[in-house]
Design a protein around this ligand. Structure first.
Ligand SMILES: [Zn+2]
Ligand SMILES: [Zn+2]
Length: 386
């Protein structure tokens, strides 16, 4: 990897260019054109426009018919960047605050490195997906025939992680990140004069009771050995200072690691919302959607990632995550179709948190390239000539 120092400088330029020109999910036109042009320059076969703005690069070496995929996400967030960086976002209200500019860059770096250095036998698919933050990009590429047109047997992805030293790789087998469900409960009654509540049938007190009663789902209805979160995040009404509301909307977010826990949360929510509304003589309508599925890493391939990482990292820098995160990740959709492993690379102790308006991430780029390349060389080994 003698060329990695030069590649690191090149990648820093790409990453800062992407950081300066962030694009929201499914709007990554400039970013995907940038990615496609670079992949062509490195000599890969390139397909554009998958699932909207997705790009797939294919690199083949040797004679093996084995195929693996490496994936990066390209989208930014609707956040106003607050930094003094020379490469601060030029798109007001849009920012790479989750480090997807770094993921795109390190996968481009890996494509350049593997195209020039080889060292593997088989096919590598470089997948650049749109709209990870929406939880829609992976599905839109899969629905657009990703696996039929560009088949692969296993898949790997990287997310940069603040609070973890640069040069530390972390992952775990089994459940690593949670499912995310969203819900909306609409209560309907009769609004009216604030001085005469008994003349109408207002909904605010009923809504407060629903919010309180929802707290019993995790504490009383989910097994203590299962992880679950039910968070009410918004309570909106059509009331005003001197008028009681006739309509209330309760919105929120639920996390879990098993399909049966997610189903149980929905079931209990319906029971509680309908019965509480009935107790206050108002009606309840419940909308419950599943946005992200749980991210489950394959045990054997997680061990393979650890082995690959130990070829270039000291063993104390290759770490097992002990507790799953209640964050969610669109990569889970690929893992529900083929085995693979999602892993984290440290972005440093001093890093701003993910989704923070001053997020920045040059530090781990070369570790990303080394990780991708080591996984490819381990999973698609060259035949040993005798
Ligand atoms: Zn994010
Ligand atoms: Zn992210």
């Amino acid at each position: 990897m003698a060329d990695l120092q030069k590649l690191q400088e090149e990648m820093t330029t790409w990453r800062r260019d992407l950081h300066q020109h962030p694009e929201f999910g499914f709007e990554e036109k400039r970013t995907s054109a940038f990615v496609a042009a670079k992949l062509r320059e490195f000599g890969l076969e390139v397909a554009e426009g998958l699932g909207g703005t997705g790009v797939v690069g294919t690199l083949k070496r040797g004679t093996s018919n084995r195929s693996i995929a490496l994936r990066a996400d390209m989208d930014a967030l609707r956040i106003n960047e607050q930094s003094n960086l020379a490469y601060k976002s030029v798109n007001p209200g849009v920012m790479h605050a989750c480090g997807h500019d770094g993921h795109t860059t390190m996968l481009l770096g890996a494509a350049k490195h593997l195209a020039s250095e080889g060292g593997f036998d088989g096919t590598v698919r470089f997948i650049f997906q749109p709209a990870e933050e929406w939880g829609r990009g992976a599905l839109s590429m899969l629905d657009d025939g990703l696996m039929d047109r560009f088949p692969f047997e296993e898949i790997y992805g990287i997310h940069n992680m603040p609070g973890v030293p640069v040069g530390v790789l972390m992952t775990k087998s089994g459940a690593m990140m949670s499912a995310e469900d969203n819900f909306e409960i609409i209560l309907r009654g009769v609004g009216g004069h604030a001085a005469r509540p008994h003349w109408g049938n207002e909904v605010l007190v009923a809504a407060c009771a629903v919010v309180t009663n929802l707290q019993t789902i995790v504490s009383r209805r989910v097994s203590p050995t299962d992880v679950a979160v039910v968070s009410v995040t918004e309570l909106l009404t059509d009331g005003t200072r001197n008028a009681l509301p006739g309509l209330a909307r309760i919105l929120g977010d639920a996390r879990s690691f098993k399909a049966e826990v997610s189903e149980n949360i929905e079931k209990q929510m319906r029971i509680i919302a309908e019965a509480t509304a009935a107790a206050y003589n108002v009606s309840a309508e419940i909308k419950y959607t599943r946005e992200f599925v749980p991210l489950i890493n394959d045990a054997e391939l997680t061990d393979e990632v650890f082995e690959a990482a130990r070829t270039f990292l000291p063993s104390e820098s290759v770490q097992t995550i002990t507790e799953p995160f209640t964050g969610s990740e669109d990569f889970a959709h690929y893992l529900s179709r083929v085995p693979g492993c999602f892993l984290n690379l440290g972005n440093g102790w001093g890093s701003a948190p993910l989704h923070n308006p001053s997020y920045d991430n040059d530090a781990g780029l070369s570790y990303g390239v080394k990780t991708h390349a080591a996984i490819v060389r381990r999973r698609l080994p060259e035949a040993v000539s005798s």
